[in-house]
Design a protein around this ligand. Sequence first.
Ligand code: SF4
Length: 376
Amino acid sequence: MASPLTYDSRVHIYVHVPFCARRCSYCDFAIAVRRETPDAEFVAAIEQEWRSKSAITADGGALTTLYFGGGTPSHLAPASIARLVEVVTADHPLTPDAEVTLETNPDDVTAERADQWAAAGINRVSLGVQSHNPAVLEWMHRTHRAEQVAPAISAVRSAGIMNISIDLIFSLLAEISRNWSDDFERTLELEPNHISLYGLTIEPHTPLFRWAERGAAVPAPDERYAEEYLLAHDRMESAGFEHYEVSNAGRPGFRARHNSAYWRGVDYVGLGPSAHSLRGERRSWNIREWSEYRTRMAGGASVESGFEVLDAGARALERRYLGLRTTDGLALDEVPPGTCNAWYSAGWAAPDGDRIRLTIEGWLRLDALVAAASHS
Ligand code: SF4
């Protein structure tokens, strides 16, 4: 039976750092392109927002996970990262085994910075590698070069941060000749503890979308997505990784604990522009743009942009989606017996004790299967 995503969790904090040196060709995230980051103003804004939220957070409980995502958190000065950790943990100390993650771009990593991040309490680094192919990185408008990745990993390890995750993007456009197998092999040679895989999608309001509109970019055929996804799965499993979530695999003991909290549907607090929070049935989200977020903060106004109260139906749908995307799966009685049997016959799912979980073939059809489970 697959080991369940069980963690003794109290409080999970996400801090969205919106600044990037430039916008990648495929990216539709809430970012602010800045060569110089307004660190002092940003730290003050996060402190102000956290003060307004920490009083309602788990009775002053200790923090189990703290995650700096973006954007490019490593674009901030290390002293600002240290200050943010201090601010967030002032009244909510970290548990002794807390996971504290910093998303980084390889070109931001130096030995000195890595040492400062470690001293600040960062114990996990998620590195935005995406590809090892120089032409692909250029097409993506990434700021780093392929040869910066290995030294970045060495610097992080030398600083004592041994929990390293690598992000990769697969299923690139039809016309891009990228050898996914080579790219993946290069990634495994770097011996990360964790790998996150993202299939390229063409999102509105991105440079890539505009290229596609004028016919200068053609999406990859579905077969390419499936082939590359299955190749990655096989390589990761052979290398000793556990592919525990549709897009994530880790060596034993190295699952992403912060993201696992999302997948288990537990409460979390988001700080910063566009950050989401969940408390019980209430999910809320912040103003997306940094410029408006800072203006509201300066004026003492709420930065919440909207909220929804999840009714029983919405919670059930979400539970199915979150359960089926991980090796946790779902309790068998959450899926009608006829649907279970059809999935078993097709090779899309397998029984696991009193639970059902999707196979790798099932994960290729995740959205359709969740919809089927919800309407059958
Ligand atoms: S570094 Fe990340 S967040 Fe920033 S533009 Fe590129 S993909 Fe988007």
